[in-house]
Design a protein around this ligand. Sequence first.
Ligand code: APR
Length: 231
Amino acid sequence: MTKIVILTGAGVSAESGLGTFRDKGGLWSRYDLNEVATPEGFARNPALVHEFYNARRRNCLESAPNAAHHALARLEKDYPGEVLIVTQNVDDLHERAGSRAVWHMHGALSGALCAACGHRWAAPVEMQAAAPCPACAAPATRPDIVWFGEMPYHMEAIWDALRAADLFVAIGTSGNVYPAAAFAQDAARAGAETLELNLEPSDTVSDFDAARHGPASRIVPEWVAEMLARP
Ligand code: APR
């Protein structure tokens, strides 16, 4: 049974209107990531952090999956093998396109977490710093997002999946942030074929056996059609 592991980044959601991080005009050119995407930033100014994620949660609600998300959902449904999406994205566009095997290694905008007791619940669209945790009532609610300096989620399971993969495909990611930036090497070391699908060559393009460049909404459906046409 062929196993495909797909890593997605902000580029797969760019054409749905969600900003990327490091492109021109990207989120990190407009916000200081140390203020809005680190535990220290949250401790200093939780209201600013909630404002940043409330805006991204609203933006996500107003967006829709694009042809790349839909093609990946089609691949999972119709491909005679296993398809797993490991996403760095915190939006729910893969799920809204119909993908079911989706692991959010950087967390999700749809989740809330209590910094005091670890309780998790479905995030409201607007989160407030002083809102009490539904479980312990502490005013310590935070977005269930993995910030810089924190351990991404599902890592042991992800490394197991990379070791078992026949094909690893990275879509819409710049290859700037570890551990995801090393996944192509991890998969290749275990014998997988590796492919990059990105608007332009990423910083780790040399780690891949093959690469195709162009907008995800065009090159991902093209690739999926080829995969589904294989005998
Ligand atoms: N189609 C395909 N790729 C695209 C498109 C598009 N329409 N638009 C942009 N890209 C590519 C860019 O060329 C770039 O390589 O998507 C990539 C986006 O890179 P980043 O902005 O660095 O986003 P990402 O790789 O997901 O960042 C990884 O960094 O800040 C943290 O936690 C954050 O999950 C994020 C992680």
